[in-house]
Write a protein that binds this ligand. Sequence first.
Ligand code: ACO
Length: 184
Amino acid sequence: MAGGSVVVVYTTIASVAPEYPAITMKLSHLTTRIMHPQQVAEVSPQLRALLQLADPHWDLISIYLFRSDLLLLEQNGIPVACLVLQDLGDREYEIKNIAVRADLQGNGLGSRLLREAIRRATAAGARTLLIRTGNSSIGQLYLYQKTGFRIRQIDTDFFIRNYPEPIWENGIRCRDRITLTMDL
Ligand code: ACO
């Protein structure tokens, strides 16, 4: 990475997802605090597609990505799942983005990434871990609460105010931004 140091750690997740023994877990700590266009260009098309599964707005992703930790699951060198963890300061961390490639969803990889993010935020001394989603993301709300997050705040009409096109999911209009937190 130009302009910053990168520490890469590999750990196997075969015991968690034995049906995918070829997947390894790669934890990249991106310490660069300033985004350069050159760095955005270094994000592979596969990683970009993954990140945009959770958040279609590349302009926003490219800002928070290079101020965050990137947890990446790779299969044969290709990213198949990712989680972006940002230090907000004051011992608060936020999961900005979590995504699993569509054909691998429902195999526990998202849960595995969430648990790893909790572990890393706790180890870094965080008091609170935060994650945000929309009112229409029923499966995500289920997963986050099952993992231990509690609903703390509802920003009514956030998606109507901030997104030009209506978003529909599960037959529900996405209107409100829901913030969930976990005390660590
Ligand atoms: N709909 C219904 N159920 C779901 C969904 C969903 N969209 N996602 C997860 N679940 C349930 C699973 O059925 C499973 O239930 P169980 O434990 O009772 O069997 C449980 O949640 C755990 O599922 P995992 O297999 O660990 O989750 P997965 O690997 O599929 O990853 C994720 C979940 C990341 C949400 C994935 O479905 C995905 O990439 N979705 C598209 C992108 C997205 O919406 N990302 C989140 C946006 S919000 C943000 O990024 C902060």
